[in-house]
Write a protein of this length. Structure first.
Length: 434
């Protein structure tokens, strides 16, 4: 068992043992039984299988005068009755954070840990045999100082350790320092200026990187919504390759009641090395877009590289009495410095939901994705489609029974080996036990 998982388990028991002392604890037990006509998502020799998943999702939060902590972890056990895949046990975590005030309102120590799943090969289908774990541990002090009622400055330093379960992937250690200045113009508008330095102190051989970035931004509260924008410049230096420069953009707009619709728009462009990925991979690109966005599993880094990623997401939603619908559109671009793996992604999704009764909800979902792997002639262009009908029934405030029927496919006019079709049926429940 990974040392960080041991730490997480021990910490969780400690947190639970003190739940009566002020911790907020919630726990959900869930289970699903699924049938798939092509469980391995192969173009030929499709294999049927029935799988069963048991899971426990636990969320913990504690806020005290001198420290605060929050964490979530999801423990799952998956069994395949026809042995298409080996039984899977996995533990993933949310953005677990522990903050301790060394000097109240001035100096504190922050530690965070995440475990996320990545793909061995980002261009293959998402199956159990293609998944790996990535652990990221961060720890370090931060100082906060209020210069006036309107402005404040903060400094932070972190040690970061990145480990991948794939022995061929790039594991790294790094140190990071940052300074941030914030100015509150009025009750609705604030500005920020920040700079950050990141250095890899232990990489794969001579592949060590140094990164510096500077950014400015603002947040503006508007009627029924919010607008935020950040712009920066990043410079990455390598011991074995040319320097890489790139822009950083983070634009987010959300507003309710635009022509009777709630609207969310986000554009993000960022630069990072592939061993650690983007922080949005850990936190989930939190715009409320969820699975309707173009964020998916990322691939592990067997070769250390610099990745420039661009993402645009749009969501329109509206509720009319007991009927709700959501339209989403997305676009993405991945640009690698060394590897010939550049690609474009675009698509859209549509979901319809109807509350048939107070306790019964039915829904339809369609999602289309177009992938262009223009630097990989053996893959070329692909089309993916997902169709799903789902139904849920709330037996009680704590127990929901649900099911869905779905079909998903991938088409590739250039490489028939990559094509597949799969029909699936899923039945399960979600029980809030605490």
């Amino acid at each position: 068992m990974n040392k960080y998982i041991k730490l997480l388990v021990v910490s969780s028991f400690i947190l639970v043992s003190y739940a009566a002392s002020g911790f907020e604890l919630s726990a959900n037990l869930y289970s699903d039984v699924s049938y798939h006509s092509n469980v391995a998502l192969q173009s030929d020799s499709a294999e049927e299988d029935v799988s069963q998943t048991f899971g426990l999702l636990v969320q913990l939060e504690e806020n005290r005068k001198r420290f605060n902590a929050d964490a979530s972890f999801n423990l799952t056990e998956e069994h395949y009755y026809n042995d298409t895949f080996a039984n899977q046990t996995s533990l993933t975590t949310g953005f677990g954070v522990f903050n301790f005030d060394i000097i109240e309102n001035f100096l504190n120590w922050r530690t965070s840990y995440t475990r996320t799943q990545v793909l061995q090969n980002a261009f293959d289908a998402d199956t159990p045999d293609n998944r790996e774990d990535r652990d990221i541990l961060r720890s370090g002090p931060s100082i906060s100082y209020r210069l006036s009622r309107e402005s404040s400055v903060s400094l932070s330093a972190n040690y970061t350790n990145v480990e991948n379960s794939d022995i061929q992937a790039s594991d790294t250690e790094r140190v990071n320092g940052a300074i941030n200045y914030n100015y509150l113009l009025n009750s609705t508008t604030s500005f920020s200026l920040s700079s950050q330095y990141d250095e890899m102190i232990d990489g794969e051989g001579a592949d060590e990187l140094k990164s510096t970035d500077v950014s400015i931004g603002f947040v503006r509260q508007i009627s029924h919504g919010e607008l935020s924008f950040n712009f920066g410049r990043t410079l990455t230096r390598s011991d074995i390759s040319d320097d890489v420069e790139g822009d950083f953009y983070d634009l987010s707009f959300s507003r309710r009641e635009i022509l009777f619709h709630d609207v969310v728009i986000q554009y993000r462009q960022d630069l990072t090395d592939t061993s650690i990925g983007f922080e949005s991979d850990e936190e989930g690109f939190e715009t409320g877009l969820g699975a309707e966005s173009n964020e998916q599993f990322v691939g592990v880094a067997t070769t250390l590289d610099i990745l420039n990623r661009k993402r645009l997401n749009l969501r329109l939603s509206r509720g009319i009495n007991t009927f709700q619908y959501t339209f989403s559109g997305f676009w993405g671009d991945d640009d690698f410095r060394i590897q010939s793996q550049d690609s474009h992604t675009s698509g859209f999704g549509l979901s319809l939901n109807q509350n048939l009764t107070h306790d019964i909800t039915a829904g339809l979902t369609y999602r289309f994705t177009f992938d262009d792997f223009f630097e990989q002639s053996e893959i070329g262009k692909e089309k993916r489609a997902i169709y799903r009908f789902d139904l849920s029934y709330r037996f009680s405030p704590d127990l929901v029974v649900k099911g869905d029927v779905g079909f998903n496919s991938r088409e590739n006019s250039q490489n028939k080996i990559r094509e597949y079709e799969d029909f699936g049926v899923n039945l399960g429940f979600d029980w809030t036990i605490y």
